[in-house]
Design a protein around this ligand. Sequence first.
Ligand code: NOJ
Ligand code: CA
Length: 614
Amino acid sequence: MPQISLDSTVRDLYETPVGHDVIEKVLLQMNLSEKWILNPIIGKRKIRTLSKLTGKQMGPEFWQTLIALVNSEPDVPADRTSEKPCAVKPAWWKEAVIYQIYPRSFCDSNGDGIGDLKGILSKLDYLQSLGVDALWLSPIYDSPNDDNGYDIRDYRKIMTEFGTMDDFDELLDGIHKRGMKLIMDLVVNHTSDEHEWFQKALNDPDSGYEDYYFFRKGKDGKEPNNWNSFFGGTAWNYYPERDLWALHLFSKKQMDLNWDNPKLRSDIIEMINWWLDKGVDGFRMDVINYISKSDGLPEGNEAIGKMMLFYGIEHYYYGPHLHEYLHEIREKAFKPHNAFSVGETPGIGREMAKLITGEEREELDMVFSFDQLETPGHVRFDDYEYDLNYYRDYITDWMENYGSNCWMSLFYNNHDNPRMVSKVRKDPSLRREIETLLAVMQFTLKGTPFVFQGDEMGLINYDFHSISELSDVESRNRYAELLESHSEEESFRIIRNGTRDHSRILLPWNEKAKELPEHLRQEADPVITELYRTLIALRKTHPTLIYGDFRLLSRKKNTFVYERTGEETFVIECNLSEEPRKPVFQGKGYTLLMPRTASDVMKPYEARIYRKLK
Ligand code: NOJ
Ligand code: CA
């Protein structure tokens, strides 16, 4: 790959994988279209002249930082986008429907108000009857719960509130007996500050653990650099007893691990193998793209910090040894166990994702990329309604350009986000229609669907009334920060838009959930549950819906029509808005599978599935 310099053109920059994804992210953030870059007036300009034009906001330092990041990636993705028909290598995880469980709020078996392993065990028949193939459990390890288990104190112990290791073994067995698989959460960018390693590192400089974390001297009595934490404030804790600072990209109790230390890597890999030896089938890897940090932990660029709302991100979201470390984990743990891996990779765009998931590269099987979760110019805490035309364009772009050597995850919801149905339309009167549309797309597009607990019950966002009802560390810290410049009412309103607690309320199937205040209760919608069963069964019995080629047939406003072709042909037509309109696809020669009947008008958010035998 030719090196990029200030004398390269903007177009050259956009043609590199990192340049492409960074520019796309910036455009998204600024709500500008790709045409802005493709237009020759900008595209043919040298970066040097553009850097003058973008003035103070994105001064030369911004471009230098970007160029350094781009040049740090010597590889280009293998081009497997034009193969027709696509030559996809089959794998169980490509055919699977995966169901995410957030154990704390899934099912409570002993009435203490906290979901637990026995609760999950009691729902295995239900999950099997839905047709799901694998369960992904958010962390169930011993933890002081500063971030609900994403702050691990002991990787080899089960969280007391969730049960015991015997309960776990029974659960794993129950899952396997039903022909399902278990995917665990792997949180190895950081540990809890109560983890033995951190305690040793802090309390005994000769313990050999100091290098497991990032301990640094301060700069003129201040933090070692300007990086900030995703959960508010600086990313550094000061420890007066040692006169040292330690890095935490997340909460003050989630201390970043130093992956450049081979001893740390080997301990982590040993732990992964310990779980895999127990029979676990794979891992979802928490913020796994953050594990490699730039040497010397340099200052974060001002412009990038302002734009992305976090300082320092360019020094760890695609760090210098990321590929190497992912490959090492695969070689030493996943590969010998034939285990599955899906990385949570915030900030990673399409081209960088190809370099992480291209099968020939042997790093990860799949990633979760997040740019579909908000529309351009919006962030999670904004008050806005999601335009599904953006989702159509986003997903089409990935379907057409990801390549047959890469496989994508399909999801709208997880434990870190409000429910998509409520983002699309705050007024819940059309919730069932929107939920149906989202599910139809999720199970007929190309990729592995990840259902988040409660999606199949038709759950929507909660009508939180006060900050006291929220328990998430991110929401509480952000609220405190907002109060510095906003009224209580305004601050709460902002937090309510984006709080992760929307997806963390106990599912409504047991008595404990019924004890919640009335405005925090929801009932499961059996029509939606049945719809999930039907769609999952449809996907399972028609390999074309899994491996078949994707082709866009129409992207007229508010319209998404696409075809999946293989042994047979499916056409899916979606009305992306509440405006009724004439269908684009007439269905001649096709059988209408869903809904049972269709008129010559597409109703609000209606989705149709047609099928034709070859
Ligand atoms: C991503 C997880 O999904 C989120 O819940 C957590 O707070 C952070 N990583 C930190 O582990
Ligand atoms: Ca319980």
